[in-house]
Design a protein around this ligand. Structure first.
Ligand code: IMP
Ligand code: MG
Length: 179
């Protein structure tokens, strides 16, 4: 399947994304000025958001990536596997986890526990998207780009079976495309 074969409808335009992500960058910069935060991007989905968000950050900061896997096709497997750990030292640091999307909340809970066990000074979450109707979380999501309905979306880093991450906008994937 590729972009032209699939049935997709634009949900969030590239212009809306750029505007919102730069607002988030300003907000985060304001909150972490003088705190030298470390941004941890969750691979692969957050790569595009991470790149745009970090370019909108105007304060001293560091960055790293972590890689986990929970999804096969359109469904969360429920079990989160750590594929690549961070290499940075986060003890006593202000950590900002950067996610593409919070769906069930399993992944972000796993990451909070994982990073939390290294005793950081604080952990915040910046997510590009959230499906509030689905997410079962008992902690605060500090920075949210867009709240979306419980539909499967692709583009701007988000994939369907590893495809369609490169798209500039966010698209709703229509119909049952799982083979
Ligand atoms: P959660 O563990 O259910 O919250 O899912 C988090 C991860 O599942 C995200 O980091 C995404 O990689 C993936 N995911 C959840 N919903 C979608 C979607 O609509 N499109 C693409 N990936 C998704
Ligand atoms: Mg992801």
């Amino acid at each position: 399947m590729n972009a032209s074969e699939s049935k997709m409808a634009l949900m969030i335009s590239p212009e809306e994304i750029q505007k919102r992500v730069s607002e988030m960058g300003q907000e985060i910069s304001g909150k972490f000025a003088g705190k030298d935060p470390i941004f941890i991007g969750v691979l692969n989905g957050s790569f595009m958001f991470m790149a745009d968000l970090l370019r909108a950050i105007s304060i001293d900061c560091e960055m790293d990536f972590i890689k986990v896997r929970s999804y096969v096709g359109k469904k969360s497997s429920g079990t989160i596997r750590l594929i690549k750990d961070i290499s940075a030292e986060v003890t006593d640091r202000h950590v900002v986890l950067v996610e593409d999307i919070i769906d069930s909340g399993h992944t972000i809970r796993f990451l909070m526990e994982r990073i939390g066990s290294a005793a950081p000074k604080s952990i915040s979450i910046a997510t590009f998207l959230i499906k509030h109707e689905v997410a079962k979380i008992d902690f605060t999501i500090d920075f949210i780009g867009f709240e979306i309905p419980p539909e499967f979306v692709v583009g701007y880093g988000l994939d369907f079976n590893q495809k369609l991450r490169h798209l500039n906008g966010v698209y709703r994937l229509e119909g049952d495309l799982v083979k």
